[in-house]
Design a protein around this ligand. Structure first.
Ligand code: DAT
Ligand code: MG
Length: 151
C-alpha cells in the first residue's frame, strides 16, 4: 500500500467527445488527487517516444496518427495504489472486453478509439510523467478532504 503517481491521459477522441469532465470526476470522486493537468497536441516524435514499446506493431502508425489528431488532456493523479487502481478504473485495452462501470466500458467501443491512457506500472508512470511534464508543473498540495479519504 503505497502513495504513488500515475500518468492518465484523455486521448483526442475523449476530448472531442466532451468526456474530460466525467473522467476527471471519477478520479476526484474516488478520492485521488490531481497534481498536474494540461491540454497538449503532441508531436509525432513525442508520441513515438510515449509508445516506444509498441513500435513495430501493425497498428502503430494508426495509433500515432490518432493520438496526434487533436489535443490530449494530460494529467498526473496521486494516491494510494493509484497506478493499479487507475488501470482498473480505465478498464481493458479493448473496450468490448471492459466491464460496464469502467471508463472504457461505459464510454467507448473500438480499441483504436479507447479515449484514455493510464500507466501500466510504477516505473512506466515515472517515465511517462517525466516525458509529459516538467517537474515544476507537478504540484505538491494537501486536499482539504485528505483526512476523510485516508485513515
Ligand atoms: P493500454 O492503452 O491499455 O495500456 P497498450 O499499451 O497495449 O494498451 O496499447 C496502447 C494503445 O494502442 C491502446 O490503448 C490502443 C492501441 N492498441 C492496442 N492494441 C491494439 C490493437 N490490437 N489494434 C488497434 N489498436 C490497438
Ligand atoms: Mg499501455
Amino acid at each position: 500500500m503505497s502513495t504513488e503517481q500515475t500518468f492518465i491521459a484523455i486521448k483526442p477522441d475523449g476530448v472531442q467527445r466532451g468526456l474530460v469532465g466525467p473522467i476527471i470526476s471519477r478520479f476526484e470522486s474516488r478520492g485521488y488527487k490531481l497534481v498536474a493537468i494540461k491540454l497538449m497536441t503532441a508531436s509525432k516524435e513525442h508520441l513515438e517516444n510515449h509508445y516506444s514499446d509498441l513500435a513495430g506493431k501493425p497498428f502503430f502508425p494508426g495509433l500515432i496518427a490518432y493520438m496526434g489528431s487533436g489535443p490530449i488532456c494530460a494529467m498526473v493523479w496521486e494516491g494510494r495504489e493509484v497506478v493499479k487502481m487507475g488501470r482498473a478504473m480505465l478498464g481493458a485495452t479493448n473496450p468490448l472486453a471492459s466491464a460496464p462501470g469502467t471508463i472504457r466500458g461505459d464510454y467507448c467501443i473500438d480499441v483504436g478509439r479507447n479515449i484514455c491512457h493510464g500507466s501500466d506500472s510504477v516505473d512506466a508512470a515515472k517515465k511517462e510523467i517525466a516525458l509529459w511534464f516538467k517537474p515544476e508543473e507537478v504540484q505538491s498540495w494537501k486536499p482539504a478532504q485528505f483526512d476523510w479519504v485516508y485513515e
